[in-house]
Design a protein around this ligand. Structure first.
Ligand SMILES: Nc1ncnc2c1ncn2[C@@H]1O[C@H](COP(=O)(O)OP(=O)(O)OP(=O)(O)O)[C@@H](O)[C@H]1O
Length: 301
């Protein structure tokens, strides 16, 4: 399998703190990879390393098999659109759209025009006066219309209304179908974007705690809830990722497939069980309790 992006034991330290620690991951060419994790987990730092805007303190980052840092040939194939993209104070939308093709050799003006129209982006006022959602829409226009073989979208949904989010999904899938490329997307709106991903990288405190194909993630774990004693009896058979209790009730996320055995055991014990969603996994791994378990699982994308 050809990997568009590889990180090999990459660490990025700032003074004594590691923003990203010993990260190893590989994203196959043409995949849509969700990069998930709590605030400060290291998602933006990973994208900065991949886009050559930053360099690992130790370890390696490879894009199409090469170090992207100061590598013009590689950088010309990457678009990195951040959540806090800055524009000059006097810039209007037409300035941004006018200058974008100079930085994006695969730029498609027709797609940009369609997105501007469908996101209802105004020609006036200046971009600095745009609402939070309009700024996100500008970032999406740049990210999608660049048609870069490697596209990194860092939290593209901030402030976007539900219609605009649906539009983004539709156009993203349509355009990637027509012009396949490798896409990394970080988001906290996990439930909404889950269906987009074919790979998942889940980070916590600078480390990758789970990397897997999205399909596998759907069968990785179960959430069981009910009276604490019964939940604990059920969970005794599985590695527990995360538990929380209120009063005498408990919910636990446990590693294991929701199969007929699990269902009948849950029925016998009188607890509710369901397959863990990606959001459930993100909560479980983000609790910190699951760090050791995940490395034991040895899950890899
Ligand atoms: N330039 C820097 N100097 C010092 N610390 C930094 C720097 N950049 C990032 N960090 C730290 O590295 C950690 C990871 O930050 P990062 O922005 O990658 O997280 P994130 O997962 O993108 O978070 P969020 O979801 O809140 O955007 C944070 O603790 C952050 O404070």
């Amino acid at each position: 399998m050809t990997h568009a992006i590889e990180l090999l034991s990459a660490t990025r330290s700032f003074r004594s703190d590691d923003a990203v620690q010993d990260v190893t991951l590989a994203v196959p060419e043409g995949a849509i990879c969700g990069v998930l994790g709590r605030n400060g987990a290291g998602k933006t730092t990973v994208m900065s390393l991949i886009s050559g805007q930053d360099r690992p303190t130790t370890g390696r980052v490879l894009v199409d098999g090469e170090d992207p840092f100061e590598n013009e040939a590689v950088l010309s194939r990457i678009s990195f659109v951040r959540d806090n993209q800055r524009y000059p104070d006097d810039y209007f939308l037409h300035h941004v759209l006018g200058i974008a093709p100079a930085f994006a050799p695969y730029w498609d003006g027709e797609l940009a025009a369609e997105l501007v129209e469908r996101f209802r982006l105004p020609r006036k006022p200046a971009i600095r006066k745009f609402s939070r959602g309009q700024l996100s829409a500008v970032a999406i226009v740049l990210g999608l219309a660049s048609r870069s073989p490697i596209t990194l979208l860092d939290e593209p949904y901030l402030g976007l209304d539900a219609t605009a989010r649906g539009l983004f999904h539709d156009i993203l899938l349509r355009d990637l179908g027509l012009y396949p490329r490798t896409l990394l997307l970080s988001t906290h709106l996990i439930d909404e974007s889950e269906s987009l991903f074919d790979h998942i990288v889940l980070m916590d405190r600078g480390r990758v705690v789970l990397r897997t194909e999205a399909e596998e993630a759907r069968h990785l774990a179960m959430c069981v809830s009910g009276v604490a004693d019964a939940v604990q009896a059920f969970a005794a058979d599985y590695p527990v990722l995360y538990s929380h209790s209120i009063g005498g009730l408990q919910t636990s996320t446990v590693t294991g497939r929701l199969d007929d055995d699990a269902r009948s055991r849950a029925a016998t014990l009188g607890v509710r069980v369901k397959g863990a969603s990606l959001q459930d996994l993100a909560v479980a791994y983000g609790s910190g309790d699951a760090l050791q378990d995940s490395s034991k699982e040895g899950i890899s994308a």
